[in-house]
Design a protein around this ligand. Structure first.
Ligand SMILES: CC(C)(COP(=O)(O)OP(=O)(O)OC[C@H]1O[C@@H](n2cnc3c(N)ncnc32)[C@H](O)[C@@H]1O)[C@@H](O)C(=O)NCCC(=O)NCCS
Ligand SMILES: Nc1ncnc2c1ncn2[C@@H]1O[C@H](COP(=O)(O)OP(=O)(O)OP(=O)(O)O)[C@@H](O)[C@H]1O
Length: 273
């Protein structure tokens, strides 16, 4: 390998490592955001008897090994099939360490994003096309399609519209005029509750569960825009979700990705848009 190739490889590695770092920060910000209906946060485990704050926190920290391994594989020119094996191994490690699904969705989404960033040039359209291309390859095997409605597969096959068309614009919009990051994050949560086809909600409560997320997301957004005390609303919705066993893991995952990108951009990492 000549000197310029060595330089190119090390600059790509450090770029992807910075992005991966911010994706983990996004997951941490999501976890710390409190109160969140149905989800694990600083106060309770929402509707997740098998999860708690400590497990979720450690699950995010151990994602670093997975991201590092994936980035090394990418920069060493591994095939997509080999990169997928790295993702599957990370999923297995997660189940072995925590005995449950702590971050299956996030492992997949963050891995897909890192692969797509590496393989595309600097424009949002190109990264989205790459996400679609890789997702088509990943989900070509019907066995990986466990859900018939919405879900992470459809989200990825459309190039993450919940991130690029809904989440990032919503977060930037609210933050640009309020400069209030906490309320901006709850505004983002409210918008994503209305748009993400969350299969964790469907599995727990059927289509009624998804409709409930949309209705409550609308109410939270309304309350924020009217300048009301939206925290009490979030607390009471959390109590109701606990009774119903309703949750929204997909909304949480997409929120984490949006926050990761938002902070990466704020700290000056050129991220295509
Ligand atoms: C794609 C995977 C994770 C989907 O898992 P599964 O079929 O169980 O889907 P499921 O609907 O349960 O979703 C998994 C998780 O995604 C999140 N999620 C749910 N709905 C959505 C949504 N609409 N958008 C985004 N995330 C969502 C939730 O956190 C959920 O727990 C799985 O099939 C897989 O292929 N894992 C291997 C990992 C891999 O190959 N990684 C390589 C990356 S390059
Ligand atoms: N703060 C959070 N609290 C709970 N779940 C979260 C949080 N952040 C992300 N998630 C995602 O939600 C998913 C967990 O949802 P859930 O427990 O319903 O899935 P499951 O294990 O597939 O289903 P079940 O527990 O009903 O068997 C994880 O993939 C996780 O990534």
């Amino acid at each position: 390998m000549n000197l310029s190739n060595v330089f190119l490889k090390s600059s790509k590695t450090s770029y992807l490592k910075k992005v991966a770092y911010f994706l983990r920060i996004g997951a941490l910000v999501e976890l710390f955001l409190t109160p969140k209906p149905g989800l694990v946060d600083l106060i309770d485990s929402g509707s997740h008897r098998d999860l708690d704050f400590d497990k979720m926190y450690r699950s995010i920290l151990i994602m670093k090994d997975y991201h590092d391994e994936l980035i090394t594989g990418l920069c060493d020119g591994f095939s997509f099939a080999d990169l997928q094996q790295i993702g599957i191994k990370a999923e297995t490690r997660m189940y072995d360490m925590f005995g449950t699904n702590t971050h299956k969705g996030y492992i997949f989404l963050s891995g897909l994003l890192l692969c797509s960033l590496y393989l595309s040039d600097d424009s949002q359209d190109n990264i989205r096309l790459k996400i679609i291309e890789l997702s088509k390859e990943h989900f070509s095997d019907d066995k990986k399609f466990t859900n018939t409605f919405g879900g992470i597969a459809n989200e990825c096959l459309k190039g993450l519209p919940s991130v690029f068309e809904e989440g990032l614009p919503a977060l930037s919009f609210y933050y640009s005029f309020s400069k209030d990051i906490k309320t901006s994050l709850f505004y983002l949560l409210a918008r994503l509750m209305q748009t993400v086809e969350d299969t964790t909600a469907i599995r727990r409560c059927g289509i009624e569960g998804l409709k409930r997320l949309k209705r409550d997301g609308f109410e939270i957004e309304r309350s924020i825009l009217l300048g009301e005390n939206y925290k009490n609303l979030l607390i009471s919705i959390n109590r109701e979700y606990q009774k119903l066993n309703l949750t929204m893991g997909g909304v949480a995952d997409i929120l984490g990705i949006c926050v990761g990108f938002f902070y990466a951009k704020k700290t000056g990492i050129t991220l295509l848009f």
